[in-house]
Design a protein around this ligand. Structure first.
Ligand SMILES: [Zn+2]
Length: 188
C-alpha cells in the first residue's frame, strides 16, 4: 500500500473515533514560545517530549539544520508572525549533534541532481542568474556556531522587538539532553 493511502485510511478512523479530542487547543502558544529545530526524524517526537512541550504549547518551526539563513526568508517571517500575531515572547533555536547538514557536500549533491535528470544547461542558467549552488548547499561547519549565528540574526533583526528573549541550544538526538549555547536572559 502506498504511504498516502495508508495515511488516509488511518486518518478516517482517527477522525471517526474522535482521537483528536486529546489534542484540542488554540492557535496561540500556551507557553508563548517559538521553537526552531531541525527536521531530523529522530527529533519529531523526542524533542517536544524532552522539553515537556505538548500540543498547543509552542509554535514549532523546522528546516534542515535549524538555520535562519536569510533575514527576510520564510523562517524569519514565521517567527515574526508568531511574535506579532500569536503572542510568542521567547524563541529557542535548537541545533543537534550528528546533523545531516554537517556532512553536506555540494559537489556530491549537484552530481546526484545530474544523475536524476537535471541538465548542465539548467545548472549553467542558475549560475548565470547569480545562484551559487555550492554556497547554498554548503555544510554547517560547526553546530554551536550555526546556532549562535541564527540567534544573532533573530536578535538583531530590525523587526524583532527588543523584549523578545532568544535562546540557543543543542539537543542530543539519542538522549534528548539539552545544552545551552546562548541563554537569552543573560544576554538581554
Ligand atoms: Zn539536523
Amino acid at each position: 500500500m502506498h504511504i498516502l493511502d495508508e495515511i488516509l485510511e488511518f486518518n478516517q478512523k482517527f477522525v471517526e473515533n474522535k482521537e483528536y479530542e486529546a489534542y484540542q487547543t488554540s492557535k496561540f502558544p500556551d507557553k508563548k514560545l517559538v521553537v526552531l529545530s531541525c527536521m531530523d526524524t529522530r527529533l519529531s517526537d523526542l524533542l517536544p517530549r524532552a522539553m515537556n512541550l505538548r500540543n498547543g504549547d509552542a509554535k514549532m518551526i523546522k528546516n534542515a539544520g535549524a538555520v535562519v539563513s536569510h533575514p527576510f526568508g520564510s523562517i524569519m517571517r514565521s517567527i515574526l508572525v508568531a511574535v506579532y500575531d500569536l503572542g510568542a515572547e521567547e524563541i529557542c533555536v535548537i541545533g543537534h549533534h550528528g546533523c545531516g547538514m554537517g556532512s553536506l557536500d555540494p559537489v556530491a549533491s549537484i552530481q546526484k541532481m545530474k544523475e536524476r535528470g537535471v541538465s548542465q544547461e539548467v545548472l549553467d542558467t542558475l549560475a548565470f542568474s547569480g545562484i551559487d549552488l555550492n554556497q547554498w548547499l554548503k555544510r554547517i561547519e560547526s553546530i554551536p556556531e550555526s546556532v549562535r549565528q541564527s540567534v544573532n540574526m533573530i536578535k538583531q533583526h530590525p523587526l524583532v522587538p527588543k523584549s523578545i528573549y532568544v535562546h540557543g541550544l543543542i539537543i542530543d538526538p539519542e538522549t534528548g539532553k539539552l545544552e545551552v549555547i546562548v541563554n537569552g536572559y543573560e544576554e538581554a
